[in-house]
Design a protein around this ligand. Structure first.
Ligand code: ZN
Ligand code: ZN
Length: 346
């Protein structure tokens, strides 16, 4: 089968690999129909993710059709259309029983990291019963791919952890796919204002189409004024950090109101200063989280009833044969205006 393989920092290839086989009774083999590229894949290609070793097939998002299942799989059978969750969960360990699938002692983020992933014609899914979701026939597969990772990530790490409430002011720092996923799902709770902040002049305009009530460019110096004007001088009740660098996290610290939440989504790779001297008397909560995908059933229902339209996030489409070209627009998103790049296998 065709597969996109990481071969060490800066090295990648589309190559022929053997079709995966059932290794454990709880496994399923899924024929991928649609996958996508995540910014995490770009981090891997740079060599920033040591758990992902050279030779690994990348990809942790996708939908497909079950090809075969191991003897212990009871919830799925060959021919079922399924959503692949970016997080694999045994469903039995203490973390799984507490819906913290990301910390599953045998699962967590395995696909395209510790085991081969979805940017291929077939993928092996461990613990299939609790790591796949059924898809009703007729559902929009393209929109569903956004539910593998970015929608649950934006919702769980940003909106739920950020305690978004009706009538509140939410500021989202970073309007890439994850920030936009937080923007889409924050609207479940009807906040009064959602301010999207980015240094890219194109992306805030996209954010308005997704439902932002205001946009601010973090490089023009009046971000603080914009937010304070909108939030009646108090600041944001929730600041969602969706980038993962010191400057964006520090901006979150500056724009929040007393008794607010800074919900961190971004993956931070360097040591950073926490300005407790400014925060210690302001009743501010800072949260961190890795997505659990525990919200996937709810998001599937919301998608089915058209409460959200994550298909808006898809800007480019490529066949798997051309996945090397697909990494180009995604890697230069500021110029190409790429958000999510859909990879189709047929
Ligand atoms: Zn991802
Ligand atoms: Zn578990």
């Amino acid at each position: 089968m065709q597969a996109f393989v990481y071969h060490g920092p800066g090295k990648k290839a589309l190559e022929k690999r053997p079709k995966p086989e059932i290794q454990a009774p709880t496994d399923a083999i899924v024929k991928i129909t649609k996958a996508t590229i995540c910014s995490t894949d770009l981090h891997i290609l740079k060599g920033d993710v040591p758990t992902c070793q050279p030779g690994r097939i990348l990809g942790h998002e996708g939908v497909g059709v079950v090809e075969k299942v191991g003897p212990a799989v009871t919830a799925f059978k060959a021919g079922d259309l399924v959503l692949i969750s970016c997080i694999s969960a045994c469903g039995k360990c203490a973390y799984c029983r507490n819906f913290m699938y990301s910390h599953c002692v045998t699962g967590g983020w395995l696909l395209g990291n510790k085991i081969d992933g979805t940017q291929a014609e077939f993928v092996r899914i461990p613990c299939a019963d609790t790591s796949l979701s059924p898809i009703p026939e007729g559902a929009d597969e393209e929109a569903l791919v956004m539910l593998s990772d970015i929608l649950p990530t934006g919702f769980e790490c940003g909106v739920l952890n950020g305690k978004v409430q009706p009538g509140n002011t939410v500021a989202i720092v970073g309007s890439g796919p994850i920030g936009l996923a937080a923007l889409l799902t924050a609207q479940f709770y009807s906040p009064a204002e959602i301010i999207m902040i980015d240094l890219d002049n194109n992306r805030p305009e996209v954010a308005r189409r997704f439902g932002a009530t205001a946009v601010a460019n973090s490089t023009d110096g009046d971000t603080m004024d914009t937010i304070m004007k909108i939030a009646a001088g108090r600041g944001a009740d929730t600041a969602i950090e969706a980038v993962g660098i010191p400057a964006t996290r520090e901006l979150c610290e500056k724009i929040v109101a007393p008794a607010s939440v800074i919900a961190n989504i971004g993956v931070h790779g360097t040591k950073e200063d926490l300005h407790l001297e400014n925060l210690c008397d302001r009743n501010v909560t800072i949260t961190t989280r890795l997505v659990d995908t525990a919200s996937t059933p709810m998001l599937l229902n919301s998608l089915r009833s058209h409460k959200i339209d994550p298909k808006l996030l898809i800007t480019h489409r490529f066949k798997l044969d051309h996945i090397l070209d697909a990494y180009e627009p995604f890697g230069h998103a500021a110029d190409t205006r790429a958000l999510k790049v859909l990879i189709e296998t047929s």
